[in-house]
Write a new protein. Structure first.
Length: 102
């Protein structure tokens, strides 16, 4: 006996269920991305403290150069991550629908 599941369950209800699950997962991804960006922000703060602590030491110039490189990397990564998460919404959201809040 072969039962056509599509005839039993309305397709739009199934799709709606998948969409709800997808939106919940996207919200979790967004939260993790925000946590990562916050973590990078905390790292930048610690690096600033390190630079401050290196003042008056022979390592000041090396620490300053290192800090600059790391800060540039964290800023670039944070911006890239934010842009990629925003792009995720475009992948899963049909055209014409209101954006998923983030």
């Amino acid at each position: 006996m072969n039962t056509n599941v599509a005839g039993i369950f309305p397709t739009d209800k199934i799709q709606q269920s998948y969409n709800v699950d997808l939106e919940k997962r996207i919200d979790k991804v967004q939260k993790r991305a925000n946590d990562a960006i916050k973590s990078f922000s905390d790292l930048v703060d610690e690096i600033a403290r390190l630079q401050n602590d290196s003042k008056g030491t022979t390592a000041k110039e090396k620490v300053t150069n290192w800090a600059s490189d790391v800060n540039n990397t964290t800023v670039m990564f944070s911006r890239m991550l934010e842009a990629r998460v925003q792009a995720l919404y475009g992948l899963v959201q049909p055209e014409g629908e209101a954006p998923i809040p983030g």
